[in-house]
Design a protein around this ligand. Structure first.
Ligand code: FAD
Length: 521
């Protein structure tokens, strides 16, 4: 009889530290003197359909290489398997004589469906499945239960619910070096020849090296922990952190840029949380929603609502989304996506996003408001798709949740508060240095014109070799006019929403209808 194998399946959660499902598989292997294998599955068919830009593929490829290095350091390795999980697993269960399969809970709808199917395959093959929560601080189902069966729909309500729960789990240490007997022999039978276990290169993801931007935030657990350490030494900064006072357009990031590492699970949210807590406890410090821990709780809040709201990332069938009659002008959309709106602040942000894959939260606010209710009146669903492609940290729940917020479709309802594409950026970068970095056409424009180049006299434009409308676009809409029209349209959509809501309240309940029917009979 071949030795049995305990398998840990990495998906998100690309780390050794604080990984309860990984530890569970290793424990099983050591207790039962069986082999341990760590796998990652790449489904070539899905790659073709996913909206993932080159920079994010690179981040994933780097994260897998680091994961493999870290596993080798503990006397193991990563087996990267190509194929659909539904065909790969039955083969692996047989080939490796698998007894246990562990993985991290993933609440994204696609993953929930996939994991249910994999569980069924495991059951058929007599493989025990163990799942552990470690992508979020709280189990989303526990939060919902504590809130009486539905997700809290405001951040404040969410905070009051988690007060009733026990503290988040303390982070766990990475596994120590594994015993030699957990190391499997080289696969040598016929099935094994189907698989190549090497880490993928970026070319395997169909990425052309020429498409890549500068690599400012390399992927991987080691990188994540170094970035975390670099953040944690700034104790005063952490204690005084207030998100609204950070800058959307500083030349170096004014927040942690830990989001890509949290998204891929190279960093544990529990580790981040308790490290922050260790610093702020016994010190005067800021509080949620603006503090750094407050930011992590925003992440939790959106995860809970997203997991429990069908069609959370869509307008249709999304019970919390206000139905606003957007007009999807594709010319506007591509101008926005490519940083050609003629508003230098907006264009600089969108170009930074495409080149580097990360932009500041308030920069996200500015461009999301501009695309939707502020200026272009294009649906948030299309903006969400662009972010999904370009962001290193693109996250199903957080992307949708924040787009719902910014377009005032859910969570936030003060639609009359619109960001100015001119004044907002000026507050933190009077001279427009950020614009000059990402919109080099305007590098010779002085502070009085850098945010509104259309106002520069033609003679000046000629003198700096940048004619507005030729070398840099004219603005596609006049903000001062469109934002007022859009507020009126939002107001109407909200009135209609109220009317629909009131009609549904007036509609008799099922028991009233039954009573009426009985009487009629
Ligand atoms: P920090 O300020 O250092 O915060 C620490 C961590 O807290 C972040 O890494 C992140 O995990 C979490 N966090 C911070 N702000 C938020 C927030 N508003 N909502 C949820 N979690 C938050 N964030 C993503 O991770 N993925 C996305 O796809 C995403 N899409 C967004 C789309 C729009 C339209 C907007 C307005 C925001 C979006 N955000 C998204 C939220 C936020 O902008 C980023 O999490 C943040 O800017 C990441 O930078 P940071 O790591 O320096 O954040």
């Amino acid at each position: 009889m071949t030795t049995r194998t305990a398998v840990h399946w990495f998906r998100k959660g690309l780390r050794l530290h604080d990984n309860p499902a990984l530890l569970e598989a290793i424990k099983h292997a050591e207790e039962n003197k069986c082999f341990f294998r760590a796998i990652f599955i790449i489904d070539p068919n899905i790659i073709k359909f996913m909206k993932v830009g080159s920079n994010r593929w690179r981040f994933l490829a780097q994260s897998l290489v680091q994961l493999n290095e870290n596993l080798i350091a503990i006397n193991s390795r990563l087996y990267v398997v190509r194929g659909s999980p539904y065909t790969v697993f039955p083969d692996l269960f047989k080939l490796w004589n698998v007894s246990v399969l562990t993985f991290e809970v993933d609440t994204e709808p696609y993953s929930v469906t996939r994991d249910e199917r994999v569980e069924k395959l495991a059951e058929k093959a007599g493989v025990k499945v163990i799942q552990k929560v470690s992508h979020t601080l709280y189990n989303v189902h526990t939060v919902v239960r504590m809130n009486g069966g539905s997700p809290p729909l405001t951040y404040q309500k969410f905070l009051s619910v988690i007060q009733l729960l026990s503290n988040p789990r303390q982070p766990l240490k990475a596994p120590d070096k594994l015993n030699d007997y957990t190391k499997p022999h080289i696969d040598s039978n016929e099935l094994a020849s189907k698989f190549c276990y090497d880490c993928p290169t970026i070319e395997d993801f169909g990425v052309e090296v020429t498409e890549l931007g500068p690599c400012l935030f390399p992927g991987g657990e080691t990188e994540a922990l170094q970035r975390l350490d670099a953040t944690l030494v700034r104790k005063q900064w952490i204690c005084k952190f207030e998100k609204p006072n950070t800058s959307p357009n500083s030349l170096e990031p004014s927040t942690t840029v830990l989001s890509p590492y949290l998204k891929f699970g190279c960093l544990s949210p529990n580790l981040f949380y308790y490290k922050l807590k260790g610093i702020i406890d016994n010190n005067v410090h800021t509080k949620p929603p603006v503090s750094l821990i407050g930011q992590l709780l925003w992440r939790e809040f959106y995860y809970v609502v997203a997991a429990m709201t069908p069609n959370f990332n869509k307008m249709e069938g999304n019970s919390i989304c206000c139905q606003i009659p957007w007009v999807n002008n594709l010319t506007y959309l591509s101008a926005w996506k490519e940083g050609r709106t003629g508003y230098p602040f907006i264009d600089a942000i969108m170009r930074q996003l495409k080149q580097e894959g990360w932009i500041h939260h308030l920069a996200r606010h500015a461009v999301a408001c501009f695309l939707t209710r502020g200026d272009l009146w294009v649906s948030w669903e299309l903006g969400q798709e662009v972010f999904e492609e370009y962001l290193l940290d693109a996250d199903w729940a957080l992307n949708a949740g924040n787009w719902l917020w910014l377009s005032a479709s859910a969570f936030f309802h003060q639609f009359f508060r619109v960001y100015s594409p001119v004044a907002f950026g000026k507050k933190t970068d009077k001279n427009g240095l950020y614009i000059k970095k990402y919109v080099p056409e305007l590098v010779r424009f002085p502070p009085e014109y850098i945010y509104e180049p259309w106002k520069a006299p033609v003679s000046f434009q000629k003198s700096v070799n940048c004619i507005i409308g030729k070398d840099y676009p004219n603005r596609i809409v006049v903000h001062e006019d469109v934002y007022k029209e859009n507020i009126a349209k939002m107001s109407l959509a909200y009135k209609n929403k109220r009317a629909v809501h009131e009609v549904s309240l007036k509609r008799p309940s099922t028991s009233e209808l039954h009573a009426k029917n009985k009487k009629a009979k």
